[in-house]
Design a protein around this ligand. Sequence first.
Ligand code: ZN
Length: 114
Amino acid sequence: VNTKRSRHESLLVRVCAELGAGRISEGFITDPGFQTDGLTDDASHRITINPAWQTVDTVLHECLHRLYPQWSETYVRNRTAYLRNRLSDAQAQALYAEYQKRVKRLKRTKRIEP
Ligand SMILES: [Zn+2]
């Protein structure tokens, strides 16, 4: 059967196998004018993942919720984008480093009750 679901699953299997092949690095990527989350080098086929921008976006968003519980979700998203779009690479790296220093890693999955 070639259902939509089985095609999705076979693509996911291929992606997992590619992940298993390794050649992945993690680190900050400086790309003037862009906030680059990852890239693949055409020659070496090495992948570089930059988790800083995505993480900083989430940290800004949740800190704004905690600071301003009266703000709507839409407004928090607006202010998060406003701040993120004005961060320099150095500021993003500093926020990411501060987050790494402060974060408590949970041993169990946090469940949100429906
Ligand atoms: Zn939110």
